[in-house]
Design a protein around this ligand. Structure first.
Ligand code: ADP
Ligand code: MG
Length: 699
């Protein structure tokens, strides 16, 4: 590979601050910066000036088209390309792009899910530029990150509510900071999402209809070796994978994505990529883009990148860790303990806000990561449990405990923790990040929400997290703004919050059976095991009230989102069910039958030569396989019936319950018999590549 100049390459396909400063006139640049930093409205003439520079820059960098790039509720990004070319009077063409085209687009929205939001007479939606997320060039196309709304103003995407939730948090956090004597321009949340994925051989991938149609294997017996040796985690990376990662990094760097760490994960063929954190909406755009580029680069290398949460039964699934913090425009991290007692009090208040938010809105956090794919992980003894709790580490827990009880904290110095009087110790990463079983862990200066599935958009959980924290902060600001004695009231508030919400704090083993007992029976935490269980809580009165109060969602948007998410769940499982039926009827049963025929012939032929041969192996295999085909037939008929019953069902929550209670168990049953048959069959007679081949053939 030619030597590359990373600093030069980095962001070379992004219309970022460097480009803007270099190319825009001083006043255009200043106005745009004001829009980006302070949400100031964008003037038409400024938009025009930006658009024309953007076009020149894009054309110089090989772009021929532009698109408004948005995130509809399908979970993937959408784009509709328009050419820059416009006919000129002399019969030629010129490259045009107007301020209007930059700011607003009108894609035909009728084929994106809206949950009934868009009446048929108003199929059009519009996209609106998000100037805080830089435009970039991908596949010769200038991509403009946008929000997507209906003409009535309802959000049809994930970005709009995310931006609203960031606004809500900004509003409330600024009120709190003011009480501590700080005027800041804005408070924004930052996220660094760690992304897990599997990499397998593309030819094998294409031979498996289940992977192609559903992203996961629906059948497959366990290979002799799985992940039990733990020899893959952080192990040496194989040459083909290294070549992939190098190429991927190059592509991501060009797009200004700070891909920084990469390593093998626990399962064979599993890897992780982590970028450096950025502002939440930008991090969200970049994560969507990262997932897309990961898939594309894999294809170039003859590989397939699996982003499904559970591509293989019996080996670890893939998640995404949402590292989250709040920071001021001056770069002060509000979740970082400070050096002075005053700063510590502020830190503790923000910490309490998060603890309270997670406790009060456990179900919103849980449902924000609920998908059919992620249901295979949460609570399945590998990923965090479906129960949401907060890990703070022993030291911080002891400090909170001391504050709560007004007793001395037995730290390095034995002091009574009086806010505004004593400084807190620094929390080293080591003391806070030991527990990997917690879904929501404090890791020194940020929280790490670990329940996300690898294919989830990070928008969803951050919408809920931002909104819930905004709500805690609002309650605190309401109380403290009127306080006669600020320090006293603050101390009391923190004490009360710890008392009231300590049930959500848990430093123990989140995978243990005992925890499920304690969490649900003693502490009263919720344990929403599946999407069908979790999603309807979006419409619980207190959840709706909070999200509406902070203007993150309207009532209609909430109803439509709940419907769309449940519908996604139903459709996903429905496709899986039909794929299973298809594979069984067209491939598995015929393959077994063919082998049975050859066994029967073999037995007949052997016996015709000698009546002393027992044919034990042939006969027993034939008998068991024949039995299995009968079971498989019964099971596939059961599944077909269950899928048939879903047809024409209108009630989506009911349908999702049937999927959970009827369809999924029947799929499980069918699989069991097919997997047993696989173990009895010669590899060459089996119609699809085995788990062993899928997991261990990339070198
Ligand atoms: P790990 O959890 O694997 O040990 P790191 O601690 O290095 O990894 O960080 C994981 C992610 O957290 C990275 O994407 C990093 O950029 C991000 N991160 C670090 N600090 C912050 C912060 N203040 N806010 C949000 N994300 C952060
Ligand atoms: Mg992590």
């Amino acid at each position: 590979m030619a030597k590359m100049n990373v600093p030069e390459l980095f962001g070379s396909m992004v219309f970022d601050d460097r480009v803007m400063r270099a190319r825009l006139s001083a006043d255009v640049y200043q106005s745009l910066r004001k829009t980006i930093d302070e949400n100031a409205p964008l003037q038409q003439d400024i938009a025009q000036a930006v658009a024309s520079e953007m076009r020149d820059w894009a054309v110089e960098n090989g772009a021929t088209h532009f698109t408004h790039w948005f995130q509809p509720l399908t979970g993937v990004t959408a784009e509709k390309h328009d050419g820059f070319i416009t006919p000129s009077p002399d019969g030629g063409v010129i490259m045009e792009f107007s301020g209007k085209e930059l700011i607003k687009g009108e894609p035909d929205a009728s084929s994106f899910p809206s949950g009934g939001l868009r009446a048929t007479f108003e199929a059009r939606g519009y996209t609106a530029w998000d100037p805080t997320s830089y435009a970039f060039i991908k596949d010769h196309t200038l991509c403009i990150p946008t929000a997507f709304c209906s003409y009535a103003g309802d959000a049809l995407d994930k970005k709009t509510p995310l931006l609203r939730s960031m606004q809500a948090l900004n509003r409330q956090a600024k009120r709190i900071l003011k009480l501590f004597g700080k005027e800041v321009k804005n408070v924004r949340t930052s996220v660094g999402p760690e992304q897990e994925y599997f990499l397998i051989d593309r030819e094998m991938f294409q031979k498996r209809p289940d992977l192609v149609y559903t992203g996961r294997t629906l059948f497959g017996a366990m290979p002799p070796k799985g992940q039990e040796l733990d020899d893959h985690y952080f192990g040496a990376i194989k040459p083909r994978v290294i070549a992939y990662m190098e190429d991927l990094n190059t592509e991501l760097w060009k797009l200004g994505i700070l891909a920084k760490t990469e390593h093998n994960e626990v399962a064979p063929a599993q890897h992780e990529l982590a970028p450096i954190f950025s502002t939440t909406n930008v991090a969200t755009d970049k994560n969507q883009l990262t997932m897309e580029i990961m898939r594309k680069v894999a294809a170039k290398h003859g590989l397939a990148c699996l982003l499904h949460e559970k591509p293989f039964a019996g080996v670890n699934g893939s998640g995404k860790h949402n590292n989250w913090s709040m920071a001021t425009d001056e770069g002060v991290n509000l979740l970082s303990p400070g050096d002075t007692p005053h700063e510590n009090a502020q830190f503790l208040l923000f910490l309490c806000a998060v603890i309270q938010a997670v406790d009060d809105y456990q179900d919103l956090l849980r449902l924000s990561v609920a998908t059919a794919g992620n249901d295979h992980r949460l609570g399945a003894n590998e990923a965090p449990p479906a129960i949401i709790s907060v890990f703070l580490g022993d030291e911080l827990t002891a400090i909170l405990e001391a504050i709560k009880n007004d007793v001395p904290y037995a730290g390095t110095e034995r002091v009574t923790m009086k806010l505004g009087v004593h400084a807190l110790p620094r929390f080293s990463r080591d003391t806070t990040d030991r527990n990997r079983t917690s879904p929501f862990a404090f890791t020194g200066n940020k929280f790490e929400f670990r329940s996300l599935g690898s294919s989830n958009s990070i928008a969803c959980c951050n919408i809920m997290l931002n909104a819930a924290v905004a709500e805690s902060l609002k309650q605190y600001a309401d109380r403290l703004e009127g306080a006669k004695n600020f320090e006293g009231e603050l101390h009391e508030l923190i004490r009360e919050t710890i008392q009231k919400h300590e049930r959500i704090l848990f430093n123990g083993n989140g995978y243990g059976e005992e925890w499920v007992e304690e969490a649900t029976k003693v502490r009263g935490l919720s344990n929403l095991k599946t999407t069908a269980d979790a999603m309807p809580h979006l419409l619980d009165p207190q959840n709706m009230a909070m999200l509406m109060e902070h203007k993150v969602f309207t009532e209609t948007e909430l109803h439509s989102r709940c419907e769309i998410m449940l519908e996604n769940y139903c459709k996903t499982v429905n496709i899986e069910g039909h794929t299973m039926v298809d594979m069984v009827r067209k491939n598995y049963l015929p393959a077994i039958e063919e082998y049975l025929y050859s066994l029967a012939n073999t037995i007949g032929a052997m016996r015709s030569v000698s009546d002393r041969v027992k044919c034990n192996y042939e006969v027993s295999t034939m008998e068991r396989l024949s039995e299995l085909t009968d079971y498989i037939l019964e099971r596939v008929k059961d599944l077909e019936k269950a899928l048939e019953d879903l047809k024409g069902m209108e009630d989506i929550p009911k349908t999702s319950e049937m999927i959970r209670d009827d369809v999924l168990p029947k799929m499980e049953h069918l699989r069991k018999h097919v997997d047993e048959a696989e173990m009895l069959m010669p590899e060459k007679s089996w119609p699809f590549p085995s788990y062993g081949k899928l997991l261990f053939s990339v070198y």
